[in-house]
Design a protein around this ligand. Structure first.
Ligand code: URP
Ligand code: ZN
Ligand code: ZN
Length: 582
């Protein structure tokens, strides 16, 4: 956490101070959007960007920020956080105040959190609970996704109300965490179909939870109880399988799918393949997966190893590189953090059994700097791609664009200026060269020359409308093309006989009764075979082709015929042969 000065509840300011905070001119920097870089000043008033360009005419009482040598970028959007989430018997430790304060310190000006409704509860009740928790605490703007832990009429109705009246446009399904969140395939199909109808984006936590559970049980039985067991119990294949399955189900529902926390490169490749097939789907690697690896689970310090426990777990060291490449090529779309932190005494719930270690790691404060360092400083991403991966793409997928994710006239004044060549340690000693010097959130200067000045409750809930055009325009066309190929074939109706199954059953029962061997009356295999095969043999003495060759006794049609020593093939595939083959 940033230990810079924190200022809470500073709403009652004098008028002149109000206006100079309200009106900001960011001067002398380079504006970076996802599609280009320009030298321009940015004028902000009333929480909105009013002008972008050079030689701007601005009113008096303006606070001028000298951004010479700096990049001016849209504030980060973290589309995946869990603040004060009730989970695994406890609550994640950052609430909507400390969590959004940390976000702002790192240059993230909007988070999208998850309403975590447990199985059996009402989505609407939990949505209201989350709004109440967040509204009074958030220091930056926020939106909400909703987790759907069950399917039924009530869920369908609540999903519709949430979309139509409550600013929700995405729902998440879990394929893990049985009895709390896990959905079966058919339940997931129902949720995806509902999303499609409502114009929402479906999300998925893709891991085969049931197999993982079995594997974890076995590991514990074998005496592996430390955090390394968490990683052993959740092999990459379980993420790849679930990702592939979720993609297939979403395709069936013709629903856009956003796969959260892609930790496996092969799972990422499954998403990439689906995109190449034309499926509307997106993958989200997270800061932890892009910067850390599974060697931490082998650490001899329990706290260190447990501190890295999240699901899906960190993978082998080569994975990061592959995830980065997919982000650079656009095969993966957004970056999140899955920020869900637990303190040492909470992690210690699983000190004797890794299955009870609360899953989750940090990242909301670190993501922008870590991604800059590992992505831009290494030449994998250019600054425009960085902006796309940290804000613009999330804004487009969740229908916030161009209100968010862009520096342009009319957009929200959520801005971060990156100063380069400054050393700063985050993510366990990583040295980063791009940190937030100034952060503007809703037009308020919340990081001022690296001093944090946040206001509890100053953030707003940002409704996310249904049918994001970036997602749905393509999907609707694709659906039309797909259904054009699904037509009934015109043909004459079949007018022949249809078997009467009931009558056939009766007939079989009657035959069985008449047979001496049927009731165990000493018939032997011959009689048993007679009881199973009812149709007369062919003229050549073979089994009638519509007759089953299966019998419970294992008897075959020709058990009673002498075995033949060889068969001459007269017309084998590929042409007749003159000699005997056997
Ligand atoms: O380990 C994790 N990822 N914890 C947060 C809950 C989730 O699965 O997203
Ligand atoms: Zn998850
Ligand atoms: Zn999560």
């Amino acid at each position: 956490m940033n230990d810079a000065k924190v200022q809470i509840g500073v709403n009652k300011l004098g008028h002149h101070v109000q206006s100079s905070q309200n009106r900001l001119l960011i001067k002398g920097g380079k504006v970076v959007n996802d599609d280009g870089i320009q030298e321009a000043d940015v004028y902000v008033e009333g929480g909105v960007i009013k002008q972008v360009g050079t030689g701007l005419l601005t009113p008096g009482g303006v606070r001028v920020i000298d951004a010479a040598g700096m990049l001016i970028m849209p504030g980060g959007i973290d589309p995946h956080t869990h603040m004060q989430m009730p989970f695994m018997g406890t609550h994640s430790a950052d609430d909507f105040y400390t969590g959004t304060r940390a976000a702002l310190a790192g240059g993230t000006t909007m988070i999208i959190d998850f309403v975590a409704c447990p199985r059996g509860d009402s989505l609407m009740d939990w949505y209201n609970k989350y709004r109440a928790w967040a509204d009074e605490k958030v220091c930056c703007d926020y939106g909400l996704h909703v987790i759907v832990p069950q399917w039924g009429d009530k869920t369908a109705n609540e999903m519709a109300t949430l979309v139509k009246e409550k600013g929700i446009n995405s729902f998440k399904c879990f394929m893990a965490y049985r009895n709390v969140f896990l959905l079966e395939d058919d339940e997931m199909l129902n949720v995806f179909q509902a999303c499609r109808k409502l114009g929402a984006v479906a999300q998925v936590h893709a891991e085969n939870g049931k197999i993982i559970e079995r594997k974890a049980e076995q590991l514990v039985a074998d005496g592996i109880r430390g955090p390394e067991g968490h990683s052993y119990s959740r092999p990459e294949a379980m993420e790849i399988e679930a990702t592939t399955r979720a993609l297939a189900i979403a395709d069936e529902a013709n629903c856009p799918l956003y796969v959260v926390h892609v930790m496996s490169a092969e799972a990422g490749e499954a998403i990439s393949k689906a995109r190449r097939r034309g499926q509307v789907c997106y993958g989200e690697p997270i800061a932890a997966g892009l910067a850390c690896d599974n060697s931490s689970y082998q650490h001899t310090c329990w706290r260190h190893a447990a501190g890295h426990v999240l699901s899906p777990p960190l993978r082998d060291p080569s994975t990061k590189e592959r995830l980065w490449r997919m982000l650079a090529t656009g095969e993966l779309t957004c970056t999140g953090t899955d920020h869900c932190v637990f303190k040492a005494d909470q992690k210690a719930l699983g000190k004797d059994d890794f299955r009870r270690i609360p899953n989750g790691v940090n990242g909301v404060e670190d993501r922008m700097s870590v991604l800059w360092e590992k992505g831009v400083e290494t030449g994998i991403l250019d600054p425009c791609q960085f902006v796309a991966a940290t804000s613009t793409n999330a804004a487009k997928v969740f229908n916030l664009y161009p209100q968010k994710g862009r520096i342009a006239v009319g957009s929200d004044a959520d801005i971060v200026t990156h100063h380069q060549n400054v050393d700063f340690n985050i993510f366990e000693g990583m040295v980063c060269h791009g940190i937030a010097e100034f952060v503007i959130s809703g037009g308020r200067l919340v990081v001022d020359e690296r001093q944090l000045k946040v206001t509890q409750g100053a953030g707003r809930f940002v409704p996310m409308p249904a049918f994001p055009p970036y997602v749905y325009n393509r999907l609707e066309k694709r659906e039309a093309a797909k259904s054009a190929g699904t037509v009934a074939v015109a043909r004459d109706a079949y007018d022949g006989p249809v078997i009467d199954l009931k009558a056939e059953q009766e007939r079989q029962k009657a035959v069985a009764k008449e047979q001496p061997g049927a009731a165990g009356g000493g018939g032997g295999p011959e009689a048993a075979a007679e009881n199973v095969f009812h149709r007369p043999p062919t003229r050549g003495g073979g089994r009638h082709m519509q007759e089953s060759s299966f019998s419970l006794s294992g008897a075959q049609f020709d058990d009673t015929k002498p075995a033949r020593s060889g068969i001459r093939t007269h017309q084998p595939p590929g042409g007749a042969s003159s000699g005997s083959l056997w």
